[in-house]
Write a protein that binds this ligand. Structure first.
Ligand SMILES: [Zn+2]
Ligand SMILES: [Zn+2]
Length: 301
């Protein structure tokens, strides 16, 4: 589904000519449907955006006149060592499904193989592509429903109609919640070349958001930035950023495979390496939910 005819046309020209399922939309034997089904079954939440980003990358190059330009563009995304790639791929799939990478690669190859990109279809190359999306993919959450509700709130209505509308909206949220649970928003993911080149800081001076409720990413400053100063975003949410240096490093190391040396981390360098006992207890208590959160963040991409 596309928001406008222009977007549909743009997608058609960039990758959809190759990825269009047309009348095979509901055919479970279509190679692309098989790929998406396999991905859904080894991955939670049951979205297909990560695997489809990879498919779009292949399709974009296959469709492009200037194939080299796109290949070069994709090569600008942060790449990893083989060991790191393996870790990221496993993280994306989760412990239970780490063996499924080979299955995904087979289905991916059947659906999309291209001679020119043969390296992406080898076990190492596929894992590398997989980790590229894992490392650089940015989750995009938009909500057409909340946009509509805001517009309703702004209406000037006689009080009786206002009450009816509010009651309708309350009921609507309840009904949707029954069907979808937590999945109220439209979740997708994208690769953003400029944003993905921003490094992490525990005291970021910028943040990414989607204020237009579409795929357009806005990078806004959180504080004044001097000429020449590096623009940094944070991979941690604000609660995680408030935690001790030790805890932040643990999250960053496990999920993003690096050791942070931002200003804040440098200034806390002399803090004890272990969190205090109290903090530790708190951490253990939070441990489970927090691990889940992090994994969701990784899998959002
Ligand atoms: Zn189509
Ligand atoms: Zn830091």
């Amino acid at each position: 589904m596309y928001c406008s005819a222009e977007c549909r046309q743009a997608a058609w020209e960039q990758h959809h000519k190759l990825l269009c399922l047309g009348p095979s939309h509901h055919d479970p034997d279509h190679p692309l449907n098989k790929l998406q089904d396999a991905w859904r079954s080894v991955h939670y939440p049951p979205e297909t955006s990560s695997i489809m980003i990879m498919a779009r990358m292949v399709a974009t190059i296959k469709q492009a006149q200037d194939k080299e330009r796109w290949q070069k563009l994709f090569s600008h995304f942060c790449s990893r060592t083989a060991n790191e790639e393996e870790e990221i791929a496993h993280k994306l799939l989760g412990e239970k499904f780490r063996g499924q990478l080979a299955l995904l690669r087979n289905l991916f190859t059947t659906a999309l193989y291209e001679d020119r990109l043969s390296q992406w279809f080898t076990p190492e190359g596929f894992r590398s592509l997989f980790s590229l999306v894992g490392t650089n993919g940015q989750g995009i959450g938009t909500s057409s429903l909340s946009q509509w509700v805001h517009a309703c709130d702004a209406l000037e209505l006689p009080s009786q109609q206002r009450e009816q509308l509010d009651a309708f909206i309350d009921q609507l949220y309840k009904d949707i919640d029954k069907e979808t649970g937590d999945f109220l928003n439209c979740e997708g993911s994208g690769l953003f070349l400029l944003q993905s080149s921003c490094n992490h800081s525990c005291v970021p001076n910028a943040e990414a958001s989607f204020p237009d409720n579409n795929f357009l990413l806005h990078l806004s400053t959180l504080s004044d930035i001097s000429p020449g100063e590096e623009i940094c975003i944070s991979y941690l949410d604000c609660c995680q950023r408030d935690r001790s240096r030790h805890s932040r490093h643990k999250i960053l190391r496990e999920n993003y495979l690096f050791v942070c040396s931002c200003q804040k981390c440098m200034s806390q360098m002399d803090d004890a390496d272990m969190t205090s006992e109290e903090e530790e207890e708190e951490e253990e208590g939070e441990g489970e939910t927090e691990g889940d959160d992090i994994e969701d963040e990784m899998t959002d991409v």
